[in-house]
Unconditional design. Sequence first.
Length: 180
Amino acid sequence: MAENNPRIGTTTNRALEADPDSPIEPGLELAQFGAGCFWGVELTFQRVEGVVKTEVGYSQGQVPDPNYKLVCTGTTNHSEVVRVHFDPSLCPYTNLLSVFWGRHDPTTLNRQGGDVGTQYRSGIYYYNEEQARLAQESMEAKQKEFKDNKIVTEILPAKTFYRAEDVPPAIFGKRWRPRL
């Protein structure tokens, strides 16, 4: 939940406080996106200049400490997300939004390609009011391109981020390759 921090007069997000083992470095900002299976989405963001670090995990759900198997049941309301640590002097948030919109089909509800379920929904999870405003503006601009196909992307404050466990390759099999 976002709240005003009286010491600095800005909006902060409690989701940051819930993850003390992953502090944000000075000069960096966080962004969080859901756009299908997090492994492929992560790879896309890792290739963006100004992105310093990416993490895959779960957010937006009601169950604390979720895991891959539990999230896949569709009962936790978690979304598979990528949390992006970025340097805004090298990569403005609007660049990340462009990557997000270009990476997936935001008009399909709870599905990206062959991945089906609420955990694969399209979402922008913001950490401050500026990110919320830019996300909303970008969605309105993108909607004009889609005309009659309604964008179903949710734009919400980021909730607690739970890092994904290391998923054994056996879950994916040898055929799995991230989509580019």
